[in-house]
Unconditional design. Sequence first.
Length: 137
Amino acid sequence: MFRSLDISTSGLVAQRLRMDTIAGNIAQANTTVDENGNASPFQRRLVTFQSSQRDSQAAPGGQAVEARVEVDTQTPFRIVHQPGHPQADAEGNVRFPNVNVITEFVNAVEASRAYEANLSAMEITKTMIQGAFKILG
């Protein structure tokens, strides 16, 4: 039963990282310069999940999850025609980050629901452990 708490905890940590990454993407949705002031739009960050490598020798059953943040280099930047913008090119086009705020909000709702599901699993496990302790005495 304690193993299921470890698995749910890893899910909570992974979804929290996902929410933090989504919040960063939304915050940078209109950033067209890097930290040095050079014209370089922000690139969206993605969180990828995989089963934990430390659990590869573990007993059969559920596995913990590991999450890592990667830069989305596949999605093209948004090109917007804004001739007066400081980062506009010769044609008046500006490259904006490859962040779609609607997609990010949908992902945030999904991450929130997954977080809640892990909390529910932890509560059920806690109730089962308490029940087992009552039986034992």
